[in-house]
Design a protein around this ligand. Structure first.
Ligand code: HEC
Length: 162
């Protein structure tokens, strides 16, 4: 191999390492920093943070509605509510997606999938107690994600919580 060829390979290698590091940052790590209480902070703009928190409040209200409908014996309404929170409802702004770690995205998509599973479960088991039990199992996912992540604001001084 001549000298130019060697330089070409070295450049290609540097480029590959650079691209690897970039995809790690963008796809796996997202825009995150460690937080003092052991959780990981995902850094968003104030508007993006408000948007995600608003979605969270809607998920809480939707989950509560499923329990209310099931206990009232309105299984069709419970199924419909669960379905409305399924995969078909999974959407997020590209700018936000780029900042979310891969694990967070899969937890989020997993939750949407679980609401579809819950809708199927309700259709097959129109029994309030069984449905409430299933909702409590589904909510393990809420707890797991909340234990692992918080939402911080980009450039916030006290972001490490220390
Ligand atoms: C993929 C991760 C993830 C999942 C799954 C998840 N959440 Fe959250 N949620 C978060 C994060 C991160 C926050 C912000 C917490 C913080 O900054 O301390 C949050 C905040 C919230 C808030 C507070 C909203 C506000 O205005 O402050 C509510 C309510 C909430 N989630 C409900 C739920 C419920 C109910 C479920 C399950 C049905 C759920 N979440 C599942 C990540 C998740």
């Amino acid at each position: 191999m001549n000298a130019m060829g060697k330089i070409g390979w070295i450049l290609a290698l540097i480029l590959a390492i650079g691209l690897g590091a970039m995809s790690y940052t963008f796809l796996v790590k997202g825009q995150t920093v460690p937080y003092a209480d052991g959780r990981t902070s995902i850094l968003l703009s104030p508007d993006e943070r408000n948007q995600v928190l608003g979605e969270m409040r809607a998920v809480l209200e939707g989950t509560r509605t499923i329990i209310e409908d099931a206990v009232a014996g309105d299984m069709q309404a419970a199924e419909k509510q669960a379905r409305s929170m399924g995969m078909a409802a999974a959407k997020q702004d590209t700018a936000i997606i780029a900042k979310l770690p891969l694990d967070f995205k899969s937890l989020g998509l997993g939750l949407h999938g679980s609401f579809d599973d819950l809708a199927d479960f309700i259709a097959e088991n129109p029994d309030p107690l069984k449905v409430v039990d299933e909702v409590s199992t589904l909510m393990v996912q809420c707890v797991a994600c909340h234990d692992a992540y918080r939402l911080g604001i980009e450039g916030e001084a006290d972001i490490s919580g220390e």
